[in-house]
Design a protein around this ligand. Structure first.
Ligand code: NAP
Length: 247
């Protein structure tokens, strides 16, 4: 049995990631902070034949993370794939201007998008180490990449807000550092870029679907032994294909 925990899997890209991993024969542990939404997602996945299980996990709540670890340990004994997918944008704090952004908004977004990933990863690592060759996927974004954001000729130059983009840049660094710590183990740690997808995160304004957004996470979750570690990989803006992105 191959097990995959996806945080924030009750909807959007996380749900689609669970669906696609289940279709590949994995047992999917559907992480959700809201029990009703998580259980509803599991029931829906089961109608498609998925081996799906609800795991209550709020990535900003260490007690909830500890309980999730205890449950996975008791019921499954190890974890093959961890997809740190849950995230928030924090809205357009300060009208998207760094100079009027509040620390409260920065802290709220970093709590989920960065500190939550570190908390969940550290808590799950003993279970991941017990698997034969675990994969960790941190769901990042192209707005994390200074290479694009600071290029006046790139479409992403127009972005000015700091909360969400800075949280994803920090997540990239977190990804790289875990990859280095686990370099000599079979565990691979990569960051996924879903591309701009229509989900609740952006008022469903994206030009890609959640199904497409899940594809980079699924790819990185199922990398072979000679696959890369410590990369940002996924949708290449403007090129309509997948590949390695500049950080
Ligand atoms: P979404 O539809 O808003 O889903 C976000 C998920 O995260 C929801 O299940 C939400 O749960 C969960 N979540 C938020 N805070 C949480 C917490 N503290 N603990 C546990 N779960 C929490 O967004 P999405 O577009 O699918 O986003 C998935 C990932 O893709 C995120 O990392 C996002 O940054 C990334 N991404 C998205 C796009 C895009 O265009 N959509 C582009 C690049 C990257 P609730 O339902 O309870 O709120």
């Amino acid at each position: 049995m191959t097990t995959a925990l996806i945080t924030g899997a009750n909807k959007g890209i996380g749900y689609e990631t669970a669906r696609q991993l289940a279709a590949r024969g994995m047992t999917v542990l559907v992480g959700a902070r809201d029990a009703d939404l998580g259980r509803a997602a599991v029931e829906k996945l089961k109608t498609e034949g998925a081996d799906a299980h609800f795991i209550q996990i709020d990535v900003s709540d260490e007690e909830s993370i500890a309980q999730a670890v205890a449950r996975i340990d008791a019921e499954f004994g190890s974890l093959d794939v961890l997809i740190n997918n849950a995230a928030i944008t924090g809205g357009l704090d300060g009208n998207g201007k760094p100079s009027s952004t509040t620390l409260a908004a920065m802290r709220e977004v970093f709590e989920t998008n960065v500190f939550g990933v570190v908390a969940v990863t550290n808590a799950m690592l003993p279970l991941l180490r017990r698997a034969e060759a675990a994969r960790i996927v941190n769901v990042s974004s192209e707005v994390s990449a200074l290479t694009y954001i600071m290029d006046p000729d790139h479409a992403l130059w127009q972005l000015t807000g700091i909360t969400y983009p800075a949280s994803k840049s920090a997540l990239n660094m977190v990804t790289g550092m875990y990859a280095k710590e686990l370099w000599d183990t079979p565990i691979k740690v990569n960051a996924a870029n879903p591309g701009y997808c229509a989900t609740d995160l952006n008022g469903n304004s994206g030009f890609r679907t959640a199904e497409q957004g899940a594809e980079p996470s699924v790819h990185l979750a199922t990398l072979p032994a000679d696959g890369p570690t410590g990369q940002l990989w996924g949708y290449l803006w403007g090129e309509d294909e997948y590949g390695q992105l500049a950080w």
